[in-house]
Design a binder for this molecule. Structure first.
Ligand code: GTP
Ligand code: MG
Length: 149
């Protein structure tokens, strides 16, 4: 089953939007298989965002991500990587469609509420990085056996 790493960023936790974000993934039909609230470590954040290490906003991004607790989650289901990013909306909230999480709840690219993996391969790396002890193996016997491929 496809899995993705979704993280509610410090602004999302501080604003009390954890439940709202979970609700949207649950409503869509995805399955939560790991969740933890914690303060992200600098070294892990630098690994997580290593592709952006050369960008001018990188130090601000790392500081923002350490400004309070985050909620890390692993969600699974059909095409959850791509569809998860559709639920989040475009990176810049001024361009995110209404109806998406970022489109409905924020305006600042430097405080855009949530993270979602951008490929299946990066999702698996991020899941290993943030949940090194692994996640719950869970097949919904009734629902998953009825899925159309
Ligand atoms: P994530 O799901 O958080 O990975 O966002 P993304 O995949 O939509 O965008 P990307 O990976 O390119 O950037 C990661 C994060 O860096 C974004 O979500 C923003 O929080 C931040 N970021 C990206 N571009 C800018 C920028 O131009 N300025 C600032 N301040 N932050 C940015
Ligand atoms: Mg990204």
């Amino acid at each position: 089953t496809e899995r993705t790493y979704i993280m509610v960023k410090p602004d999302g936790v501080e604003r009390g939007l954890v439940g709202e974000i979970i609700k949207r993934f649950e409503n869509k039909g995805y399955q939560l298989v790991a969740i933890e609230l914690f303060k992200a470590e600098k070294t892990i954040l630098e690994e997580h965002y290593k592709d952006l290490s050369g960008r001018s906003f990188f130090p601000r991004l790392i500081a923002y991500m350490q400004s309070g607790p985050v909620v890390g989650m692993v969600w699974q289901g059909k095409e959850v990587v791509k569809t998860g990013r559709l639920l989040l909306g475009a990176t810049n909230p001024l361009e995110s469609a209404p109806g998406t999480i970022r489109g409905d709840f924020c305006v600042d690219v430097g405080q855009n509420l949530c993270h979602g993996s951008d490929s299946v391969q990066n999702a698996e790396s991020e899941i290993k990085l943030w949940f090194p002890r692994g996640v719950t193996q869970w097949k919904r016997e009734r629902l998953d056996s009825l899925l159309y491929e």
